[in-house]
Design a protein around this ligand. Structure first.
Ligand SMILES: *Cc1c(COP(=O)(O)O)cnc(C)c1O
Length: 391
């Protein structure tokens, strides 16, 4: 059989089966169940925080964050153009308006452009930053591919202009600062809210699932309440707010607890694999690996090869198809969100790096199961295809 290297697949080498079987044996499969609270406990421990609430998806975590941040119809929420669209859709669930701020060379929000947008395009009115009369209520900072956004500047700017910071850490569970103001702090625990995802291709998975945290533990309690239909009395069905059916199930959480036991090891494997890729692409003229931010320890969830467009002009589609024939699955970075049909008419601020990287970033195989041999194979084929397509 010919060899095939997938881009990113889940890894169930641990206690997954045992815990899921246990949940089934005990017939605790719904949202009440000991694995749900156990997963919350382990996440909080890992992230060095007091309170985390698990939910059905990263998207639902982001939606809850926007609700709790007080985003109401007509508000503006600052969002990135180059990421997975789930980071932006919940803004529309609240009937608010997304406004796109460019990314920097880490693919995360450009903090200096954020500062300039606030300074030059907005005014303070009654304690709120406004743009064309609309309140800029919140921003969504995505830690793209496990790379930490520049939280130092983002927090400073957001503080000055009274903007709530929602960290989309769906791709960055385990990424943390090792230097500076936030040394020791994990992605998702710095802003007002942090959202995580356990979708099938994330660093750990529960099939589908997510988690949310907030600065104050009481806020997380309220988020948990909102995620369980805002039930105020379990026996008499009293509900004093509009809630959601966003709680994680015990079956998902059973998987999650087993995955948490492997998280540190998964991150170490991602590092080992990235280091080998780095060695193999060293001195290669047609593409470079995107580094992770200095002063951080990234979970290195996904690897990005930046194609040199002065030498390789072929579309990403062509490169991906070429590699597919060699048995190596790769992926183009996302299509720009501001160019998608539902968002084409929204305002953008100085988009330049977003489109630049959008046309150049190729994601290469990054599963935790990859062997050294797989990586040699993948790197060799990637180089070969780029050489073939060189002008
Ligand atoms: C995966 C992802 C999400 C959404 O998570 P789901 O659990 O799939 O809902 C949101 N934002 C980004 C950047 C993601 O990569």
């Amino acid at each position: 059989m010919s060899r095939y290297i997938p881009l990113s697949i889940p890894n169930f080498e641990g206690n997954e089966r045992k815990y899921v079987d246990d949940a089934i044996d005990k017939a605790w499969v719904s949202t009440a169940g000991s694995y749900v609270t156990e997963l919350e406990k382990r996440l909080a421990q890992f992230l060095c925080i007091d309170n985390v609430s698990v939910c059905q998806s990263g998207t639902s975590a982001l939606h809850l964050a926007l609700v709790e941040a007080g985003v109401v119809p007509g508000d503006i929420v600052l969002v990135p153009p180059l990421t997975f669209i789930a980071a932006v859709n919940p803004v529309r669930y609240q009937f608010a308006t997304p406004l796109f701020i460019d990314c920097d060379d880490s693919l995360c929000m450009d903090s200096e452009k954020l500062r300039r947008f606030c300074q030059e395009k907005c005014v303070m009115e009654n304690g709120h930053l406004t743009h064309n009369g609309k309140i800029v209520r919140a921003l969504v900072a995505v830690h793209v591919f496990g790379n930490m956004a520049d939280m130092e500047t983002i927090m400073e700017v957001a503080g000055r202009y009274n903007i709530r910071v929602i960290e989309d850490a769906t791709e960055a569970l385990g990424t943390r600062y090792t230097k500076g103001t936030y040394s020791g702090k994990y992605a998702g625990t710095i802003g007002d809210f942090g959202a995580y995802s356990f979708n099938g291709n994330k660093i750990i998975t529960t099939g589908g699932g997510g988690a949310i945290t907030a600065k104050k533990p009481e806020t997380v309690d309220h988020l948990r309440y909102l995620s369980t239909q805002a039930k105020d009395d379990p026996h008499f069905y009293i509900h004093n707010e509009v809630g959601y059916n966003y709680r994680m199930t015990n079956l998902q959480a059973a998987l999650g607890v087993a995955q948490m036991e492997k998280l540190t090891e998964f991150i170490e494997r991602k590092h080992r694999n990235f280091d080998l890729y780095k060695k193999l692409f060293h001195g290669f003229g047609l593409g470079k690996l995107l580094p992770y931010r200095e002063g951080t320890y990234s979970n290195q969830w996904f690897y990005s090869l930046i194609i040199d467009r002065t030498k390789v002009k072929a579309a990403l589609k062509e490169i991906i198809a070429g590699l597919q024939e060699y048995g190596v699955e790769t992926r183009a970075v996302w299509g720009l969100i501001n160019e998608q049909l539902p968002y084409m008419k929204e305002e953008c601020f100085e988009l330049e790096k977003g489109p630049y990287y959008g046309a150049r970033v190729l994601n290469i195989p990054a599963s935790t199961q990859l062997t050294e041999d797989d990586i040699y194979f993948a790197a060799e084929k990637i180089k070969a295809v780029l050489e073939e397509l060189k002008e």
